[in-house]
Design a protein around this ligand. Structure first.
Ligand code: WTA
Length: 650
């Protein structure tokens, strides 16, 4: 695989946007892109003010931005109810009867909700939550499968000014408990289960375990699987019992632009995930603007982002971005290979999906499953493809373009993060010539650059830190409950600018090539995990004395977790223990964190000051086992060098 990557790279192929696409696009040429970029750069207030002006505000802001590093306040003095921009304003137009949500369950059931219907459901849910005691400022934890109620619950929370914290259904009871506690959630919305690969995910059971000894007062349970669940009277209520009878009328209150909208937990360099806090006006502006521009959205699009709502991609591109644009969203509950490896292609053909946005790890799995699966289906409705979550290797990019996009659909490789709230670097599909493996250029309004540790801009093709030099509306405002850590993590590495952990280089055309993380965050199948988090889980096991976790390149998942473990005296390091430890990590965090490989060692290599030499372990882990690569081989060395200058590195 590595040789083919290199050959594609040396060719440095570039694909111009198809002429028919550019003709109708919002930005149809590089000259138009450059002009827009310049305008945003020279007059950010005017630029972002115009974008925000396309949303529904109850009260207009008095200033676009207050910026005192690291604190940004956007649309100062403005007031809005986010759900009005996503629902009410469409319901007062022809879009009332347009499909907002086309949902397909894994067993094959489906539901379609028009904007009118979604609006009514959200109003009912908002009334029901109010009756259960939810007030402005209360945190609500959402632990749901990919069902319409997840979208309804998020929008109902936004409508009430009750920030949500969505926890991915693949996280374990332990991980859920940590997040509920950290956010101080008062209420949890879950389901009796969700369908995944033909089996039921026991969400309610996990909630019951997570809530032992907790002060959560109410658990609202969506009935999805007709699954038997334990019931705590007085605490547990069925969603249908409280929502179905609630009034369809709900008067939205306007909240300050900086009112918290949600916190979403993501992994950093420590053992404890951090709650990334986003606020209302700025976040919605970012989600709205990027959905409109990057996907060149049209009213007749059927937009499918395959991310789970438990991740930021699901927040911004399943829910808020597309709905703020009045788009039709496709949402699918289950696995891509249930009942067969062509489920996604079946869905695209069946519903006429026009824009498809997924992760490189999924694309690599499709490649492995074989070309015959997409070939069986009519994918001619597609007009645009997207990629997100990790660097996409050129080979996967080329496959995606040919087998799914029929060499006809542009591909947008979008770089961004939970912290950025919205896409930052991406082609504009009608304008930007694309190069396989590059996220191309920053969007207008985004001052991205690649710099050295002291802030000096890198030369062309020189590896450095990917930074954002100016504030942008959808930037995180803080780490929930730890403003100090927020300042240090994001603004403490490279003086005066935002840095969230990626190494990159810019080529002679100013195109960004993201290489991956320089901190102790690993990206496994597009999911962010910290090595420390997995280590903490391992050492919490009574048979483990010490553990060190590193990522090694993996052909399918991008990175795979390798754990080096020293057992406590008296315990045998055998396959049974390895299995036990893998299950233990899965129970502590979730299956997504289960180590691919456990290697037992009598001692871990340490520096004289006692720090584990992670770099050495990375080399050992990758060494003979590195079968191919997901990024470019020559970039790996640069990344290691950058990591050395990163403060969190040993
Ligand atoms: C990585 C997901 C290369 C990157 C939206 C970033 C990418 C982390 C890309 C954020 C891309 C995301 N090319 N790398 N197109 N998109 N990443 O917070 O390392 O789950 O820092 O947000 O994923 O992951 P997060």
């Amino acid at each position: 695989m590595s040789s083919s990557i290199t050959s594609v790279l040396t060719e440095n192929r570039s694909f111009p946007p198809p002429k028919e696409f550019s003709a109708g696009a919002k930005v149809g040429s590089m000259a138009d892109y450059e002009a827009l970029y310049r305008r945003a750069d020279q007059d950010p207030d005017g630029f972002w003010g115009d974008v925000a002006g396309e949303l529904a505000w109850e009260k207009k802001w008095s200033r676009v931005l207050d910026w005192k590093l690291p604190d940004a306040r956007w649309f100062v003095g403005g007031a809005l109810n986010l759900s009005v921009s996503c629902l009410d304003r469409h319901v007062s137009t022809w879009r009332k009867n347009k499909a907002a949500l086309i949902w397909e369950g894994e067993p094959g059931d489906s539901r379609v909700l028009t904007y009118g219907q979604l609006h009514r459901e959200v109003c009912k849910a908002a009334n029901a939550l109010t009756a259960l005691g939810v007030k402005q400022g209360d945190f609500v934890a959402i632990y749901l499968p990919m069902v319409p109620e997840a979208v309804i619950a998020m929008l109902a929370c936004a409508r009430l000014g009750a920030p949500h914290t969505v926890v991915f259904g693949g996280f374990s009871a332990e991980a859920l408990a940590d997040r509920i506690k950290d956010a101080g959630a008062k209420i949890v919305i879950t389901a009796d289960g969700g369908w995944r690969r033909g089996a039921i995910v026991p969400l309610k059971d996990n909630v019951d375990r997570a809530l032992e000894g907790s002060s959560v007062q109410k658990v609202v349970v969506v009935k999805r699987c007709a699954n038997q669940v334990a019931w705590r009277d007085g605490r547990d209520v069925w969603w249908h019992d409280v929502v179905d009878k609630a009034s369809v009328k709900h008067e939205p209150k306007a909240f300050d632009s900086e009112h918290p909208l949600f916190s979403l937990y993501t992994s950093g360099t420590t053992g404890k995930p951090k709650g990334i806090l986003h606020t209302t006006g700025g976040y919605l502006t970012g989600a709205y603007y990027t959905t409109k521009m990057v996907f060149d959205l049209r009213d007749d699009d059927i937009f499918w982002c395959t991310a789970d709502i438990g991740w930021v991609t699901g927040h911004s591109y399943v829910v808020y971005g597309p709905l703020a644009n009045g788009a039709t969203v496709l949402m699918y509950e289950g696995a891509p290979n249930q009942p067969g490896p062509d489920r996604f292609w079946d869905i695209i053909a069946k519903w006429g999906v026009t824009v498809f946005y997924t992760a490189p790890t999924a694309i690599r799995a499709f490649m492995r499953w074989g070309d015959e699966w997409p070939a069986k289906h009519d994918l001619s409705s597609l007009r645009l493809l997207g990629s997100v979550g990790e660097p996409i290797n050129p080979e996967a990019w080329m496959w995606y373009r040919k087998q799914i996009g029929a060499d006809r659909c542009p591909i947008v490789d979008t770089w961004w993060q939970t912290e950025t709230g919205a896409i930052m670097i991406s082609p504009l599909p009608g304008a930007t010539p694309t190069k396989p493996g590059s996220a191309t250029r920053p969007l207008p309004g985004i001052a991205a650059d690649v710099v050295l540790k002291d802030g000096t801009p890198c030369k062309a093709n020189e590896g450095g830190f990917l930074v954002i030099k100016k504030p942008w509306p959808s930037m995180l405002r803080t780490i929930f409950g730890d403003h100090d850590r927020f300042q240090k993590t994001y603004f403490g590495e490279v003086a005066g600018v935002y840095f969230a952990g990626d190494g990159a280089r810019k080529d002679e055309d100013g195109y960004f090539w993201v290489m991956g993380r320089v901190d102790d965050v690993i990206n496994v199948a597009g999911h962010r995990l910290s090595t420390m988090e997995v280590e903490s889980a391992l050492v919490s096991h009574p048979k483990v004395a010490e553990a060190a976790v590193v990522g090694r390149p993996d052909e399918l998942k991008g990175q795979a977790i390798v754990a080096f473990v020293t057992p406590r005296q008296g315990f045998v390091a055998d396959d049974a223990l390895a299995k036990e430890l893998r299950e233990h990590v899965s129970a502590q965090i979730g299956a997504l964190a289960r180590p691919e490989e456990i290697r037992f060692a009598e001692a871990l290599p340490k520096t004289r000051s006692g720090k584990i030499m992670r770099r050495l372990l990375r080399e050992v882990a990758s060494g003979s086992k590195a079968r191919g690569d997901t990024t470019t081989l020559e970039d790996q060395g640069v990344l290691e060098k950058l990591a050395q200058s990163f403060s969190n590195e040993d």
